[in-house]
Design a protein around this ligand. Structure first.
Ligand code: SF4
Length: 438
């Protein structure tokens, strides 16, 4: 069959997965392929396995994509492909199941198939033992399909083995993109007009520890901000023990580093933290957040929280809640515990009932809404630089460096992707603030 140059990519999961999909799309487009969401010749499903639900959604998405693209060659990749190839293989209509070690080759494989290479009758599985993988496969990105704030992946894998987390088994050991390639990547996006770049990784704070010689994340940031007309730089999530005094000072003193940190707490109960295999205490975390806030008063601090870890009693949950109440956070991301096969938590006793997990998650989310509004309220009358992300008839929408979504009235002349100075005037609720060109 003659396959035309059309593709679709369906993606679930984290920023790193989104990035990798964008990178494949970018390479395909640069080689004349066109996006077709209603009948492509090549379909890629980039899956996630972080929770049971994510695994189930991944399998649903595979089936749906096969239905929507009946003539396509189907590639399934991502974390669920890496950890559960046998489950995926039972779905009819898949041609390739590709693990993380080979994900960067999908683009070349599509080119070969388009040039007439044979494809297999039964799914070809290309999965390696990711726990032994030490090489970083760079997947470059030069532009985005629809968004104005590119994320770039500079680190992959994790060595921490938190007891509840499947990620080290799906992504493998921590490994980093070398400094030179990170700088080239940022320069490329800058020369293509992007005014903000988000640095992400599976365990971003471990950046550079595997490089020879080792490099600190702050060393890399210093190099990046020396790039002439450097876009503003935002960090994706980071672990508490990796928010060093040096990093705080750098964010405090360098305008092009966004006043935004997204930090994983997971639990505010010391016993639960120990069971999670996380090596800090609630008082360390509290001290850290208060120090950051004192040094950078307008910083947005987002906090990840995991509720319902096996053994989390009502008392331990209340310890988490009371800690969160005391912190000047801007928002919370709340994750209900999900048992993953192969993790240490699989053998833990004292499973928390589903309904209790749901109630606890809801309690923290409600507190998160309150914290967000308090954070926005503290920013009334502040002047912030806003990156325009979309425009409606009478207003623009954008994001401040400190992560506040803003609606700006009467600025019809501005374009998407521009940075403009804005005076924040009003809280519109948890969805954001209103502002005017300043
Ligand atoms: S630090 Fe812990 S939670 Fe984060 S990816 Fe690594 S093992 Fe998972």
């Amino acid at each position: 069959m003659n396959r035309n140059k059309t593709y679709t990519i369906q993606t679930l999961g984290c920023k790193v997965n989104q990035y990798e999909s964008e990178s494949i799309a970018c390479l395909l487009q640069a080689n004349g392929f066109e996006l077709n969401d209603s009948g492509a010749s090549f379909a890629i499903i980039n899956t996630c396995t972080v929770t049971q639900k994510a695994g189930m959604q991944s399998r649903q998405l595979i089936r749906q994509t096969i239905r929507n693209h009946p003539d396509a060659l189907i590639f399934v990749t991502g974390c669920h492909a890496q950890t559960n190839p046998d489950d995926i293989q039972t779905i009819d209509g898949i041609h390739y199941i590709i693990g993380h070690a080979y994900k960067h080759e999908i683009f070349e494989q599509i080119i070969q198939l388009h040039n007439g290479f044979e494809f297999p009758d039964t799914p070809e599985i290309r999965i390696s033992d990711i726990l032994k993988h030490t090489k970083y496969e760079h997947m470059p990105l030069s532009h985005l399909q629809h968004r104005s704030r590119p994320t770039i992946k500079i680190q992959d894998g994790c060595n921490a083995f938190c007891s509840y987390c499947i990620v080290p088994y799906s992504r493998g050991p921590g490994r980093s993109l070398d400094e030179k390639s990170v700088l080239e990547q940022v320069k490329c996006l800058q020369s293509n007009g992007y005014q903000e770049v988000i640095l992400s990784g599976i365990h971003l704070g471990q950046y550079g520890q595997d490089l020879k010689p080792p490099v600190q994340l702050t060393d890399l940031l210093r190099e990046i901000i020396n790039i002439p007309q450097c876009p503003r730089i935002r960090l994706s999530s980071i672990e508490p023990l990796e928010v060093t005094e040096d990093l705080i000072q750098l964010i405090q003193t360098k305008a092009c580093l966004c006043n935004h940190l997204h930090i994983s707490l997971q639990s505010g109960d010391n016993e639960t933290l120990k069971r999670m295999n996380r090596h800090y205490t609630r008082s360390f975390f509290k001290e850290l957040i208060l120090t950051i806030q004192e040094q950078i008063p307008d910083i947005a601090i987002g906090i990840d929280v995991l509720v319902g870890m096996p053994g989390e009693t009502q008392r331990s949950f209340e310890n988490t809640l009371s800690l969160l109440e005391q912190l000047p956070a801007a928002y919370f991301h709340v994750f209900p515990f999900s048992l993953r096969k192969g993790t240490r938590a699989e053998n833990f006793q004292e499973i928390v009932p589903y309904q209790t997990i749901k109630t606890r998650a809801k309690t923290i989310r409600l507190l998160g809404v309150q914290k967000k509004i308090e954070f926005f309220t503290r920013n009334i009358h502040a002047k912030q630089s806003v990156l325009i992300e979309s425009s409606e008839k009478n207003y623009l929408k954008g994001l401040t460096g400190n992560y506040i979504p803003v609606k700006i009235l009467n600025t019809a002349l501005q374009k998407n992707g521009q940075l403009i100075p804005v005076l924040l005037t009003k809280v519109m609720g948890p969805q954001g603030m209103e502002g005017r060109f300043a």
